[in-house]
Design a protein around this ligand. Sequence first.
Ligand code: DGY
Length: 336
Amino acid sequence: MNPGHRPRVFVTHSMAGLARMVDRDPLAPLHERTECVVWPGPLQPEPRALREAATDCEGLLCLLTDRVDGDVIGAARSLRVISSCSVGVDHIDVAAATARGIRVGFTPGVLTETTADLAFALLLAASRRIVEADGAVRSGAWTPDRRWQLDGFLGRDLHASTLGLVGLGPIAQAVASRAHGFGMRILGWSRSPHRLPGVEQVELDALLAGSDFVSVHVALAEETHGLIDADAFARIRPGAVLVNTSRGGIVDELALVAALRSGRVAAAGLDVFATEPLPADSPLLGLDNVVLTPHIGSASTATRLRMADLAVENLLAGVLGRPLRDCANDAELAAR
Ligand code: DGY
Protein backbone atom coordinates (compact mmCIF):
# COMPACT_ATOMS: atom_id res chain seq x y z
CA MET A 1 0.00 0.00 0.00
CA ASN A 2 1.21 3.49 -0.84
CA PRO A 3 2.57 4.88 2.49
CA GLY A 4 0.77 8.20 2.00
CA HIS A 5 -2.57 6.50 1.33
CA ARG A 6 -5.30 7.43 3.77
CA PRO A 7 -7.99 4.76 3.53
CA ARG A 8 -11.56 5.97 3.50
CA VAL A 9 -13.66 4.65 6.36
CA PHE A 10 -17.28 5.18 7.34
CA VAL A 11 -18.46 5.19 10.95
CA THR A 12 -22.19 4.87 11.57
CA HIS A 13 -22.22 6.51 14.99
CA SER A 14 -20.28 9.49 16.34
CA MET A 15 -19.76 7.96 19.82
CA ALA A 16 -20.11 11.54 21.08
CA GLY A 17 -21.95 10.62 24.29
CA LEU A 18 -19.26 8.13 25.29
CA ALA A 19 -16.52 10.60 24.30
CA ARG A 20 -18.05 13.23 26.60
CA MET A 21 -18.28 10.78 29.49
CA VAL A 22 -14.67 9.66 29.26
CA ASP A 23 -13.28 12.96 28.02
CA ARG A 24 -11.62 11.30 25.05
CA ASP A 25 -12.77 10.63 21.49
CA PRO A 26 -12.52 6.88 20.76
CA LEU A 27 -12.55 7.74 17.06
CA ALA A 28 -9.42 9.94 17.30
CA PRO A 29 -7.06 7.23 15.86
CA LEU A 30 -9.31 7.01 12.80
CA HIS A 31 -9.23 10.78 12.27
CA GLU A 32 -5.41 10.66 12.48
CA ARG A 33 -4.83 7.75 10.10
CA THR A 34 -7.78 7.65 7.70
CA GLU A 35 -10.24 9.71 5.67
CA CYS A 36 -12.90 9.18 8.27
CA VAL A 37 -16.53 10.03 7.57
CA VAL A 38 -18.79 9.89 10.60
CA TRP A 39 -22.54 9.71 10.09
CA PRO A 40 -23.78 13.07 11.37
CA GLY A 41 -27.25 12.13 12.57
CA PRO A 42 -28.16 11.45 16.17
CA LEU A 43 -29.66 8.18 14.90
CA GLN A 44 -27.75 5.72 12.76
CA PRO A 45 -28.26 5.67 8.98
CA GLU A 46 -31.29 3.98 7.45
CA PRO A 47 -30.42 0.96 5.24
CA ARG A 48 -30.35 3.00 2.01
CA ALA A 49 -28.17 5.72 3.52
CA LEU A 50 -25.84 3.07 4.95
CA ARG A 51 -25.54 1.42 1.55
CA GLU A 52 -24.74 4.73 -0.11
CA ALA A 53 -22.29 5.85 2.57
CA ALA A 54 -20.40 2.55 2.49
CA THR A 55 -20.12 2.45 -1.31
CA ASP A 56 -16.63 3.89 -1.65
CA CYS A 57 -15.21 2.87 1.75
CA GLU A 58 -12.43 0.45 2.60
CA GLY A 59 -13.57 0.17 6.18
CA LEU A 60 -16.95 0.29 7.91
CA LEU A 61 -17.36 0.69 11.67
CA CYS A 62 -20.86 -0.20 12.82
CA LEU A 63 -22.95 -0.96 15.87
CA LEU A 64 -25.17 -3.99 16.42
CA THR A 65 -28.16 -1.87 15.40
CA ASP A 66 -26.84 -1.42 11.84
CA ARG A 67 -27.97 -4.06 9.38
CA VAL A 68 -24.96 -4.82 7.26
CA ASP A 69 -26.65 -7.15 4.80
CA GLY A 70 -25.74 -8.54 1.41
CA ASP A 71 -26.95 -5.33 -0.29
CA VAL A 72 -24.63 -3.11 1.74
CA ILE A 73 -21.72 -5.50 1.24
CA GLY A 74 -22.48 -5.95 -2.46
CA ALA A 75 -22.56 -2.17 -3.04
CA ALA A 76 -19.32 -1.51 -1.15
CA ARG A 77 -16.88 -2.59 -3.83
CA SER A 78 -13.74 -1.34 -2.04
CA LEU A 79 -14.66 -2.72 1.38
CA ARG A 80 -11.91 -4.70 3.13
CA VAL A 81 -13.10 -4.74 6.73
CA ILE A 82 -16.32 -4.41 8.69
CA SER A 83 -15.67 -3.73 12.35
CA SER A 84 -18.59 -4.04 14.73
CA CYS A 85 -18.59 -2.53 18.18
CA SER A 86 -20.22 -5.69 19.54
CA VAL A 87 -19.48 -9.30 20.28
CA GLY A 88 -22.57 -10.46 18.38
CA VAL A 89 -22.31 -10.31 14.60
CA ASP A 90 -25.82 -11.53 13.73
CA HIS A 91 -26.57 -8.10 12.20
CA ILE A 92 -23.87 -8.69 9.58
CA ASP A 93 -24.13 -11.06 6.62
CA VAL A 94 -20.85 -12.72 7.52
CA ALA A 95 -21.17 -15.27 4.69
CA ALA A 96 -21.49 -12.46 2.12
CA ALA A 97 -18.48 -10.69 3.66
CA THR A 98 -16.42 -13.88 3.62
CA ALA A 99 -17.34 -14.56 0.00
CA ARG A 100 -15.85 -11.15 -0.85
CA GLY A 101 -12.77 -11.66 1.33
CA ILE A 102 -13.91 -8.95 3.75
CA ARG A 103 -12.83 -9.39 7.35
CA VAL A 104 -15.40 -8.96 10.12
CA GLY A 105 -14.03 -7.52 13.35
CA PHE A 106 -15.89 -7.89 16.64
CA THR A 107 -15.29 -7.27 20.35
CA PRO A 108 -15.28 -10.48 22.38
CA GLY A 109 -13.60 -10.69 25.76
CA VAL A 110 -13.87 -7.07 26.76
CA LEU A 111 -17.56 -7.27 27.71
CA THR A 112 -17.62 -10.73 29.28
CA GLU A 113 -17.60 -9.78 32.97
CA THR A 114 -19.94 -6.81 32.56
CA THR A 115 -22.52 -8.91 30.73
CA ALA A 116 -22.20 -11.66 33.33
CA ASP A 117 -22.85 -9.02 36.01
CA LEU A 118 -26.10 -8.06 34.30
CA ALA A 119 -27.17 -11.69 33.86
CA PHE A 120 -26.67 -12.16 37.58
CA ALA A 121 -28.49 -8.91 38.37
CA LEU A 122 -31.45 -10.18 36.33
CA LEU A 123 -31.35 -13.57 38.05
CA LEU A 124 -31.54 -11.81 41.40
CA ALA A 125 -34.05 -9.16 40.34
CA ALA A 126 -36.43 -11.68 38.76
CA SER A 127 -36.18 -14.25 41.53
CA ARG A 128 -36.44 -11.79 44.43
CA ARG A 129 -39.04 -9.57 42.71
CA ILE A 130 -36.90 -6.46 43.17
CA VAL A 131 -38.66 -4.33 40.55
CA GLU A 132 -42.15 -5.23 41.81
CA ALA A 133 -41.07 -4.47 45.38
CA ASP A 134 -39.52 -1.15 44.36
CA GLY A 135 -42.79 -0.28 42.60
CA ALA A 136 -44.75 -1.03 45.76
CA VAL A 137 -42.59 1.31 47.85
CA ARG A 138 -42.81 4.11 45.31
CA SER A 139 -46.55 3.79 44.75
CA GLY A 140 -47.36 4.08 48.46
CA ALA A 141 -48.45 0.45 48.77
CA TRP A 142 -46.03 -0.03 51.68
CA THR A 143 -48.45 1.08 54.38
CA PRO A 144 -48.32 0.70 58.19
CA ASP A 145 -50.70 -2.26 58.06
CA ARG A 146 -48.33 -3.94 55.61
CA ARG A 147 -45.14 -2.96 57.38
CA TRP A 148 -43.72 -6.49 57.33
CA GLN A 149 -45.79 -9.28 55.93
CA LEU A 150 -44.82 -12.86 56.50
CA ASP A 151 -45.98 -13.70 53.00
CA GLY A 152 -45.06 -10.43 51.27
CA PHE A 153 -43.03 -10.50 48.03
CA LEU A 154 -41.96 -14.09 48.45
CA GLY A 155 -39.43 -15.09 45.84
CA ARG A 156 -36.97 -17.86 45.13
CA ASP A 157 -33.55 -18.51 46.62
CA LEU A 158 -30.57 -18.48 44.31
CA HIS A 159 -28.28 -19.97 46.91
CA ALA A 160 -28.20 -23.74 47.02
CA SER A 161 -30.35 -24.07 43.89
CA THR A 162 -29.45 -25.25 40.39
CA LEU A 163 -28.48 -22.96 37.54
CA GLY A 164 -28.62 -24.17 33.94
CA LEU A 165 -26.38 -22.40 31.46
CA VAL A 166 -27.49 -22.65 27.84
CA GLY A 167 -24.16 -22.16 26.06
CA LEU A 168 -20.79 -22.49 27.74
CA GLY A 169 -18.77 -19.68 26.19
CA PRO A 170 -16.87 -17.00 28.12
CA ILE A 171 -19.97 -15.11 29.35
CA ALA A 172 -21.61 -18.32 30.59
CA GLN A 173 -18.35 -19.22 32.34
CA ALA A 174 -18.25 -15.80 34.01
CA VAL A 175 -21.84 -16.34 35.20
CA ALA A 176 -20.80 -19.78 36.49
CA SER A 177 -18.02 -18.27 38.60
CA ARG A 178 -20.52 -15.88 40.19
CA ALA A 179 -22.96 -18.77 40.76
CA HIS A 180 -20.27 -20.80 42.49
CA GLY A 181 -20.02 -17.97 45.01
CA PHE A 182 -23.74 -18.42 45.67
CA GLY A 183 -23.31 -22.12 46.32
CA MET A 184 -25.30 -23.09 43.25
CA ARG A 185 -25.08 -26.40 41.45
CA ILE A 186 -24.38 -25.69 37.80
CA LEU A 187 -25.55 -27.58 34.74
CA GLY A 188 -24.36 -26.54 31.29
CA TRP A 189 -25.30 -27.33 27.72
CA SER A 190 -23.29 -26.61 24.63
CA ARG A 191 -23.05 -28.16 21.18
CA SER A 192 -19.31 -28.64 21.69
CA PRO A 193 -17.77 -30.45 24.66
CA HIS A 194 -16.36 -28.28 27.45
CA ARG A 195 -14.55 -29.38 30.59
CA LEU A 196 -15.27 -26.69 33.10
CA PRO A 197 -14.64 -27.16 36.80
CA GLY A 198 -17.87 -27.24 38.75
CA VAL A 199 -20.09 -27.39 35.65
CA GLU A 200 -21.87 -30.65 34.75
CA GLN A 201 -22.33 -30.75 31.00
CA VAL A 202 -25.70 -32.31 30.13
CA GLU A 203 -28.18 -32.52 27.25
CA LEU A 204 -30.49 -29.55 26.81
CA ASP A 205 -33.55 -31.54 27.93
CA ALA A 206 -31.82 -32.59 31.14
CA LEU A 207 -30.72 -29.00 31.75
CA LEU A 208 -34.25 -27.66 31.30
CA ALA A 209 -35.78 -30.31 33.52
CA GLY A 210 -33.10 -30.07 36.19
CA SER A 211 -32.55 -26.32 36.60
CA ASP A 212 -34.29 -23.86 38.92
CA PHE A 213 -32.74 -21.02 36.92
CA VAL A 214 -31.91 -21.04 33.22
CA SER A 215 -29.60 -18.41 31.74
CA VAL A 216 -29.15 -18.15 27.97
CA HIS A 217 -25.66 -17.52 26.55
CA VAL A 218 -25.54 -18.75 22.96
CA ALA A 219 -24.97 -16.57 19.92
CA LEU A 220 -27.88 -16.09 17.54
CA ALA A 221 -27.45 -18.26 14.47
CA GLU A 222 -29.69 -20.42 12.31
CA GLU A 223 -29.25 -23.35 14.71
CA THR A 224 -30.08 -21.35 17.83
CA HIS A 225 -32.99 -19.30 16.50
CA GLY A 226 -36.04 -20.27 18.61
CA LEU A 227 -33.95 -22.76 20.61
CA ILE A 228 -36.05 -22.06 23.72
CA ASP A 229 -39.48 -22.61 22.20
CA ALA A 230 -42.88 -23.93 23.37
CA ASP A 231 -41.46 -27.42 23.41
CA ALA A 232 -38.59 -26.32 25.67
CA PHE A 233 -41.06 -24.58 28.00
CA ALA A 234 -43.05 -27.82 28.18
CA ARG A 235 -39.89 -29.53 29.44
CA ILE A 236 -38.59 -26.78 31.73
CA ARG A 237 -38.77 -27.41 35.46
CA PRO A 238 -42.08 -25.98 36.76
CA GLY A 239 -41.44 -22.67 38.52
CA ALA A 240 -38.08 -22.07 36.84
CA VAL A 241 -36.74 -18.56 36.29
CA LEU A 242 -35.40 -17.68 32.82
CA VAL A 243 -32.81 -15.01 32.03
CA ASN A 244 -31.70 -13.96 28.55
CA THR A 245 -28.83 -11.53 27.97
CA SER A 246 -27.79 -12.99 24.63
CA ARG A 247 -30.16 -12.34 21.72
CA GLY A 248 -33.95 -12.14 21.70
CA GLY A 249 -34.37 -14.48 18.74
CA ILE A 250 -33.12 -17.44 20.79
CA VAL A 251 -36.25 -17.45 22.98
CA ASP A 252 -39.72 -17.73 21.44
CA GLU A 253 -41.31 -14.72 23.12
CA LEU A 254 -44.93 -15.78 22.69
CA ALA A 255 -44.16 -19.20 24.12
CA LEU A 256 -42.40 -17.49 27.03
CA VAL A 257 -45.41 -15.24 27.65
CA ALA A 258 -47.67 -18.32 27.76
CA ALA A 259 -45.28 -20.03 30.19
CA LEU A 260 -45.14 -16.93 32.40
CA ARG A 261 -48.93 -16.61 32.39
CA SER A 262 -49.45 -20.25 33.28
CA GLY A 263 -46.79 -20.15 35.99
CA ARG A 264 -44.75 -22.87 34.29
CA VAL A 265 -42.01 -20.23 34.29
CA ALA A 266 -42.21 -18.28 37.54
CA ALA A 267 -40.33 -15.21 36.35
CA ALA A 268 -37.99 -13.95 33.66
CA GLY A 269 -35.27 -11.34 33.33
CA LEU A 270 -34.83 -10.18 29.75
CA ASP A 271 -32.27 -7.77 28.33
CA VAL A 272 -32.79 -8.73 24.69
CA PHE A 273 -35.86 -9.14 22.52
CA ALA A 274 -36.89 -10.45 19.12
CA THR A 275 -37.66 -6.85 18.11
CA GLU A 276 -35.77 -3.98 19.71
CA PRO A 277 -36.92 -1.62 21.01
CA LEU A 278 -39.65 -3.78 22.51
CA PRO A 279 -42.91 -2.88 20.69
CA ALA A 280 -45.45 -1.00 22.81
CA ASP A 281 -47.98 -3.79 22.30
CA SER A 282 -45.66 -6.57 23.49
CA PRO A 283 -47.55 -8.79 25.97
CA LEU A 284 -44.37 -8.89 28.07
CA LEU A 285 -45.10 -5.32 29.15
CA GLY A 286 -48.28 -6.41 30.89
CA LEU A 287 -46.61 -9.05 33.08
CA ASP A 288 -45.46 -8.36 36.65
CA ASN A 289 -43.22 -11.40 36.78
CA VAL A 290 -40.78 -10.11 34.16
CA VAL A 291 -37.88 -7.71 34.59
CA LEU A 292 -37.12 -5.90 31.34
CA THR A 293 -33.97 -3.97 30.49
CA PRO A 294 -33.14 -2.30 27.15
CA HIS A 295 -30.16 -4.36 25.90
CA ILE A 296 -27.72 -3.00 28.48
CA GLY A 297 -25.64 -6.14 29.08
CA SER A 298 -22.35 -4.42 28.27
CA ALA A 299 -23.40 -0.97 29.47
CA SER A 300 -20.71 0.11 31.89
CA THR A 301 -18.61 3.12 30.93
CA ALA A 302 -15.34 1.20 31.14
CA THR A 303 -16.63 -1.69 29.04
CA ARG A 304 -18.24 0.45 26.37
CA LEU A 305 -14.97 2.36 26.04
CA ARG A 306 -13.04 -0.90 25.70
CA MET A 307 -15.49 -2.05 23.03
CA ALA A 308 -15.18 1.23 21.11
CA ASP A 309 -11.37 1.14 21.33
CA LEU A 310 -11.25 -2.46 20.14
CA ALA A 311 -13.65 -1.77 17.26
CA VAL A 312 -11.43 1.15 16.19
CA GLU A 313 -8.30 -1.00 16.54
CA ASN A 314 -9.85 -3.77 14.42
CA LEU A 315 -10.96 -1.29 11.76
CA LEU A 316 -7.54 0.34 11.54
CA ALA A 317 -5.80 -3.03 11.35
CA GLY A 318 -8.16 -4.08 8.55
CA VAL A 319 -7.67 -1.01 6.38
CA LEU A 320 -3.91 -0.95 7.01
CA GLY A 321 -3.60 -4.61 5.97
CA ARG A 322 -2.66 -5.97 9.41
CA PRO A 323 -4.19 -8.91 11.29
CA LEU A 324 -7.27 -7.99 13.31
CA ARG A 325 -7.10 -8.59 17.04
CA ASP A 326 -10.54 -10.22 16.88
CA CYS A 327 -11.87 -11.42 13.56
CA ALA A 328 -15.19 -13.32 13.46
CA ASN A 329 -14.56 -14.96 10.07
CA ASP A 330 -10.83 -15.75 10.30
CA ALA A 331 -11.34 -19.51 9.94
CA GLU A 332 -13.80 -19.15 7.05
CA LEU A 333 -11.48 -16.76 5.23
CA ALA A 334 -8.54 -19.10 5.73
CA ALA A 335 -10.59 -22.01 4.35
CA ARG A 336 -11.54 -20.18 1.13
C1 DGY B 1 -22.93 -7.37 21.92
O1 DGY B 1 -21.86 -6.76 21.92
O2 DGY B 1 -23.25 -8.15 21.02
C2 DGY B 1 -23.83 -7.16 23.07
O3 DGY B 1 -25.12 -7.61 22.83
C3 DGY B 1 -23.83 -5.70 23.48
O4 DGY B 1 -24.25 -5.62 24.79
